[in-house]
Each structure stands twice: as C-alpha cells, then as structure tokens.
Design a protein around this ligand. Structure first.
Ligand SMILES: *Cc1c(COP(=O)(O)O)cnc(C)c1O
Length: 421
C-alpha cells in the first residue's frame, strides 16, 4: 500500500496517475446548484448516467418507430435476443459461467422467483437464516415466503446478529447457529455486501457451511454486483440476485440479474414459475402447450424483455468491459482506502467508520456513524454539493465508485465534512 498524504496536491497526483480516470467523462455527473459538478458518492444507491445510455435508448425508440414488430428479429440487436447481449459481460463481472446468468425482471421479484425454486421447506427443515439488518425488501420477501408455506416468520427466520457493541457479523456466530439448528435450516439467504455496514461476506465459506448441513444457499448481491469480486460460480451458491441501477449505472428501476448455479441448470425437480421466455428457443414460437425450459438461468425467464430498460445496461456493460473489472477493483481498494485515511485524519471522535477496515471484507462503500447526530450534518454536506445518503438512525453512507469517482472527490468530500462538523 502506498503511504497516503492529506494534501490537495496528493489527490491531484493520484488522479493524474490513475489510468481509469478517463472513464469519468463517459458519464454525466449531476450538477450542484452553483453549476459545478456535485461530489457524487451515491453509486451504492443509484449510479450516474453513462452518456451512451441516451444513444442506445434512442436507437431502440427509433427502431420501434421505423420497424415496428420487425425489430424483434431483423436487426443487429434484435429484441428477441436483446438480453443475450448482456449475458457475457454480466457473467464476467459476477464471476459466473454465461449459462448461469440471466438479466430479467427487477430485484425483489427475482428474489421471490428464486425462493419458489430454492426454498422448499419439508419436515422439520423449514428455517431461513438471514443477516440481521438485511435490506427491508429482503426481510419482507423472506417473511412472506415463510407465510406462503404455512410457517411462522417469528420461529422460522433466524437472524445472524452482530455481537453487542459491534456492527459487524462474525463467521463463528453463523457456525454456532448451524451447530445448534443445522438440521432445521432449509435456506441461507444473505446480502453479499450488507447495505448498511458495507461488510462483504465470505460467500464461499458461507456456502460451504450451509451445504455441509444440507441447506441451500442464496445471496442478494445488490450491493456487490459491479462493486466487489463476487466469484459466484466458485462460491458454489445455489442462486443469487442483484439489481443493475446501483454500481452498474443502468438507471432507476432498471432490469436485474439472476444467477442459478450450473448444478441446477436442468434440474427438473425444482418448482418454478414458468413463462414462455424460459421455453426452448427453437420451439418458442411454435406455441406448444408443454413447457420445455432452456438449460441454465435463462430457463427461469418469464416475459419478453423490456428493451428500453435494458439498453442502458448495454451501455454500462461496455464501460465495465473496457475498463476491466480487475483494474476497477484495484483502483477501488486504493480509492476507498484513501477516503478512509482522510476521514480518520479529521480531528475529534464524532465520526466512526463502521465498515470493516480490511479491503477483503468490504467494497467501495464506507458507512460513517455520526455521534450525537440528527440529520443536520447530512443536510449541511448536501447543501455544499455532496450527494451521499443518510440511513436512520445515524449513518452517512459514501461510496466512491472507481469508474467515475476521483481522488479529488474524496478530498473535497472530507474537506466539506470536516468543515460541517
Ligand atoms: C437496493 C436493494 C433492494 C431494492 O429492491 P428493488 O426490487 O430493486 O426495488 C433490495 N434488496 C437489497 C439488498 C438492496 O440492496
């Protein structure tokens, strides 16, 4: 690790040396009220717009206007195949084989559809383990799935909790849960990177543990995809889901991703909510009544793809592929390490970083717990051009995204934060 320095010159020097800095101009950074670019550190919530997204969406609108229904087949990016153009880059980013990945639906529906296949409570094996403080939508999804199967969420959902005084989860505590209740656990469903603390879990270790006790294992990678090296195939997880509008910069509510491990690619024992887009492609338009699923994750599709929401994903994937995910991770560790250093340099003890300090256990996000705070500090930095986010009761989340954030962004942010304290 290079020794960081707290001067403005150091930040400038780091930006000059950064080979990925050229990608920033491929994005439109929202402006502050004074007309300058804001300090956008909110890619964990909604990534900024790739300029090409405008062109790719416009292309599809034009093709629709000029070709009508023929656009489904008679063009380079034919609508019947549009999702396929996203598969290879998406698989590369999440560390999966192409037939294990599909872009479809939005995130919470994908989580439900995966639960239909992978949460099959039988006999005394009915419980789901999830992390305490999981994203609310995931909690609601788990609760409602348990109820759908006639269970009681109070009894059937086990929370993996932090120890008193800590925000971080310990693997030993998950192991303890399995030692005590392993034969009652049907599924482990964890947010790969916790949305609140930014903790990145050891997916392979969790999967190995779950499988050892006969449970299935899935991950919600909403805060991991495009941020950390997920290596989904290698982890052995049964399934995973994620959205593309956070670190993947694909626009509000854009279409989500889904991973099904290849060991389930043609598993006909799994229940699934079928639809015609999951049916054998050669015979899809023969309109026959019996469902014949496509091998792999694509077989879980239901509807034909929403092209206008997928076009920005194509723009974003191109940038990821050109930059190289490995290079992005290298910069990300450096950039977040630098931000952490600058924050720790701020005098006083009002700011406490609750995200793990080891780069192995986090992505780019840092969660700052603010002592004795209401939302006023957050409002003060927002008024000065910082776009970050606030999570009740006392956390400011900042996430320098390596594709478009600079070392200067981190420096400017900490200047504003220190001045606002
Ligand atoms: C962002 C996020 C969601 C949001 O769900 P949508 O269905 O995309 O609205 C759900 N779960 C997690 C873990 C998230 O981080």
């Amino acid at each position: 690790m290079i020794p960081y320095e707290s001067t403005r010159e150091f930040a400038q020097l780091m930006d000059e040396r950064d080979e990925l800095s050229r990608f920033r101009k491929s994005f439109t950074i929202p402006k502050h009220t004074d007309g300058s670019e804001s300090i956008y550190l909110c890619g964990n919530s909604l990534g900024v717009q790739p300029k090409k997204a405008v062109e790719y969406v416009t292309d599809e609108l034009n093709d629709w206007a000029q070709m009508g229904v023929k656009g489904h087949f008679d063009k380079e990016y034919a609508w019947t195949r549009y999702h396929e153009f996203l598969t290879d880059p998406m698989a590369a980013i999440v560390g999966a084989k192409p037939h294990e990945v599909v872009v479809m639906n939005t995130l919470t529906p994908n989580l439900h559809f995966m639960m239909v296949s992978f949460y099959q409570p039988t006999g005394k094996r009915r419980k789901i383990v999830m992390e305490a403080d999981a994203f609310p939508s995931d909690q609601y999804a788990m609760d409602s799935q348990v109820k759908l199967h006639g269970g009681d969420p109070e009894k059937d959902i086990i929370l993996w909790k932090p120890r008193p005084g800590s925000s971080i989860l310990e693997m030993e505590d998950l192991e303890q849960i399995f030692q005590e209740q392993g034969d009652e656990i049907a599924l482990v469903m964890i947010g790969a990177v916790n949305y609140y603390t930014g903790q990145f879990f050891d997916l392979k270790r969790i999967t190995t543990l779950g499988h050892k006790y006969g449970a299935l294992v899935g991950f919600d990678c909403a805060h991991g995809a495009g941020n950390v090296d997920l290596r989904l195939h290698e982890s052995g997880a049964d399934f995973a889901v994620w959205c593309t509008y956070k670190y993947m910069n694909s626009g509000p509510g854009s279409i989500a991703g889904c991973f099904v491990h290849e060991r389930h690619a043609d598993n006909d024992q799994l229940d699934r909510m079928a639809g015609w887009w999951g049916h054998n492609k050669e015979e899809r338009f023969l309109m026959e009544p019996k469902f014949d699923p496509i091998y792999g994750a694509e077989g879980w599709q239901q509807s034909n793809a929403p092209i206008l929401s997928m076009a920005p994903i194509r723009a974003s994937m191109e940038l990821f592929m050109t930059a190289g995910f490995k290079n992005l991770r290298t910069k990300s560790e450096l950039l977040t390490g630098y931000l952490e250093y600058l924050i720790n340099e701020i005098p006083g003890d009002r700011i406490n970083i609750i995200t793990p300090s080891s780069p192995r256990d986090r992505g780019c996000q840092l969660s700052l717990a603010v002592k004795d705070s209401d939302k006023s500090l957050f409002t003060a930095i927002s008024d000065r051009g910082v776009i970050a986010d606030w999570r009740e009761p006392d956390v400011i989340r900042v996430a320098p995204a390596p594709l478009y954030n600079s070392f200067m962004d981190c420096w400017n942010f900490t200047q504003i934060l220190a001045a606002s304290l």
